[in-house]
Design a protein around this ligand. Structure first.
Ligand code: ATP
Ligand code: MG
Length: 362
């Protein structure tokens, strides 16, 4: 039996990398049916809105995007009868455990996190750029600039991995299906487990294991050396679950490749072509090497057509389902309400034990 936890931030519409690197794995875990038809695994999937607060957000927008992310996950195939699908902020114990863990986390461990280091760099860069273009920017960016300028770098962004460790440990998750960019954070969580157990002389927490898919790192369609992200300011860099067929085809057509003739899989020398092959392979249930071999004599343009076809045929049913679900908001609210009660039950039982361990009241 696996106890699974994973999360996704409500920072926009899920992009192809989220789907192939993470969500597809979540859905597949639902399929491991036992002979009796019951799912042998306990699956917890969360829209992690507390994590999304690390970047200043318009409150209405955050609430809307949190809701839409839940709908998107259902459209991707998350079945709320097989998985517990919930908003992170609905379960108070995430924040409570976050504090407890933060109090035993050495600052040096957080300083080493590569996501923190790159976000730091990015923010400093953005601050300069947006200060220059504030006049024409939207309310949201103005809020962003204002807040950064007034408060400097925010603590939440720095302690993000502590909250992520709390998410996973709160459910005593044995398996955590994420993309490659989250591997370091999971290692941090494992270190914290050992640290906590030593500190309190209790073997309370379970060591969580990372689950990766073969497409654990889908790259940007603008710069194949950077990962695809839903919050990338350039919309052309990603394919999202609500892109139209035309938009998908156009974005793939414009993706950078190279002038080497023939198709080969070589991420080091040919990052653009190799990224397209990885996408194709993940959607057609093959591996990138075999896909390259089968398409070796195609031109880059022909490869792109094949990739676009594969993406469109997988994503268009999801897009239609998402549109349908968004038309029935009450249905989604009801599902979330029911699932949040289940998550709360598991989390608060565990939090009670942890609080006792530490010597505080639960
Ligand atoms: P943001 O830019 O707001 O951080 P994101 O696209 O990185 O958005 P997250 O919500 O941070 O998405 O991550 C959700 C899940 O998707 C995580 O498991 C993460 O590892 C995975 N993931 C994100 N980007 C990719 C990618 N390019 N390839 C594979 N997996 C990815
Ligand atoms: Mg991310």
């Amino acid at each position: 039996i696996k106890r699974v936890f994973s999360g996704i931030q409500p920072t926009g519409v899920p992009q192809l990398g989220n789907y192939l690197g993470s969500i597809k794995n979540w859905v597949d875990l639902q399929k491991d049916q036992s002979a009796g038809g019951d799912n042998p695994h306990e699956l917890f999937y969360s829209v992690v809105d507390l994590h999304a607060l690390t970047i200043p957000r318009d409150p209405k927008q955050l609430q809307k995007e949190t809701f839409e992310m839940a709908a998107a996950l259902i459209a991707c195939g998350i079945d709320p009868n097989k998985s517990v699908l919930f908003r992170q902020s609905a379960v108070a114990a995430h924040s409570q455990l976050y504090w407890a863990l933060g109090c035993i986390t050495p600052v040096g461990w957080l300083n080493r996190m590569t996501q923190w280091k790159s976000k730091l760099q990015q923010q400093q860069q953005q601050q300069v750029e947006s200060a220059e273009s504030m006049v024409t920017e939207s309310n949201f960016s103005r809020l962003n600039v204002h807040s950064n300028a007034a408060q400097g770098l925010l603590t939440g962004l720095f302690t993000y991995p502590v909250l992520m460790a709390a998410d996973v440990l709160l459910y005593k998750a044995t398996h955590v299906p994420v993309g490659e960019d989250q591997v370091q954070h999971l290692e941090f969580a494992r270190d914290l487990v050992a640290h906590f157990n030593k500190q309190y002389k209790k073997k309370h927490f379970v060591l969580p294991t990372v689950m990766l898919t073969p497409s654990k790192r889908i790259m940007s369609l603008k710069d194949p050396l950077r990962k695809m992200s839903k919050s990338d300011p350039n919309e052309q860099a990603r394919i999202t679950l609500n892109d139209t067929d035309d938009q998908i085809a156009r974005k793939i057509k414009k993706a950078p490749t190279d002038s080497i003739s023939g198709i080969t899989f070589d991420p080091g020398a040919r990052p653009g072509v190799s990224n397209l092959l990885s996408i194709y392979a993940a959607l057609r249930d093959t591996d990138p090497e075999s896909a390259a071999l089968a398409m070796q004599s195609l031109s880059n343009a022909q490869l792109k057509e094949a990739v676009a076809e594969a993406v469109i045929s997988s994503l268009s049913p999801i897009r239609e389902e998402l549109r349908r679900l968004l038309g029935d908001q009450e249905h989604i609210e009801r599902i979330l309400g029911e699932n949040e009660a289940k998550a709360q039950q598991v989390a608060s039982a565990n939090w009670k034990e942890i609080a006792k361990c530490i010597g505080i009241s639960a």
